[in-house]
Design a protein around this ligand. Sequence first.
Ligand code: MN
Length: 508
Amino acid sequence: MDKISRNDKRIKKAIDIATKAHEGQLRKTGEPYIIHPLAVMEILKDWNMDEDSIVAGVLHDTVEDTDLTLKEIEDEFGKDVAFLVNGVTKLGKARSDMKNLDEYLPETSDNLLKLLIATGQDIRVLIIKLADRLHNLRTLGALPPAKQQKIARESLEVFAPLADRLQMGRVRVEIEETSFRYLNPRRYEELKSLTADRLKRADKKLKNAQHAVEELLKKECIHYDCDGRVKSIYSLHKKLAKYDQNIDRIYDLIALRFIVDDVTTCYLVLGLIHSLFVPMDGRIKDYIAMPKQNGYQSIHTTVITKDKQVVEFQIRTKEMHDYAERGLAATFFYNEQKLTSAYTEGRVSKLPSHLLWIKELQETATKLASGEKVDTKKLRLTLFADKIFVYTPKGDIIDLPKGSMPLDFAYRLHSEIGASCTGAIVNGKMVGLNTKLHSGDIVEIITARNAKPNPGWLDKVGSKHARHKLLSQLHALFPNFVANPDSRPSAKDTPNLAKSQQKKKTKK
Ligand code: MN
């Protein structure tokens, strides 16, 4: 299974050197310190990282905490390992510098940005740091409560989004679950038993559904793997906040996952599932044709089974599954090469578009390292190219897809606010509903009780969320309403339409 070639002698030598260097040091748990770098090494091996990363993982705390110098590491293990160890060390320092900047730049995204800039020259630095943080989280119990809270909060705000950016879904979930358990133990336990209770009650119905699908797949000679996935406690906590704490509205609490050989089979399985059960309206998501911004691919569909159980099915290929779970680390595995250095050295000419931010990051980090002035605003835009952050008049931050307009904001707050919108004030000025919003805008929505949505609004929403809400409201208001394939309503539906089409013509 190990595709990446590793020189075990070199790793063993690193272990010897680190063991000597850390000799006599203890962790808060009372164990010899070397336990920690060795655990980090195991995590990196588990992620199928390359040999240099593993060696650097073993040595990652030596420069900071022992007499070993970077020069000695470079002489023994070469430039790359020294670079990685230095990066991880600097990252720790960058984090303490960051604290001082917190009052100026309070948002999480900026902390993440600073963290990324600090060491972004080689993405492996971040991956080693993630492994380091993961082990520290796993052993958080040994620390005093105040320190636990601090580390848990930082992990949730900085490292979980980082793992998400690197598409390491499995790691993100573990960071979120562990951090949340320390930050809000009561809520964690409450949701855990709620989930367990639901799971128990649905168990038989789920098994029936799984069985029915499996039988059909066997009949069709489709090779598959099936597992169940229970929604993580932290993401349930976040989702409940959006759904009035009503767990009955969470349809993906439990999902059945089918992993098949190729993309064509994914769609075949979707069809077979729909031939067995009734799919719920608007709950089919094709992330294979349209991957999520972080590269996630899968087909999701929510159905109602014969036992009246709501079940989400997720269908994907093995490669998509590995990618969702292991992200960039899986890329190392599949590519048998150091993606980023291969890229910077020109051996790989094209990164997938959802990974282009890594390139920007590396370029910016290189400029920073050489003392050049950089426009971090531009980098921030790249890192969050898909998003803008705007404010409510009360100062709450709302993130929206890029290209969003006031109606997107209104629908995000509440579909009723969207429906009764009559105007918008951006940064204190009245603006048209077709005004593009920008990060940092303060947006206020004017509503009127009798106001109603109209089809012309379809030109004035940029987010899928708002479009979806608006379309269902339009369908309810105008029973004959039909949205065109390009999502613009057709002329005979309503008088409003003529107007919106005329506008289009004059624009041309
Ligand atoms: Mn460490």
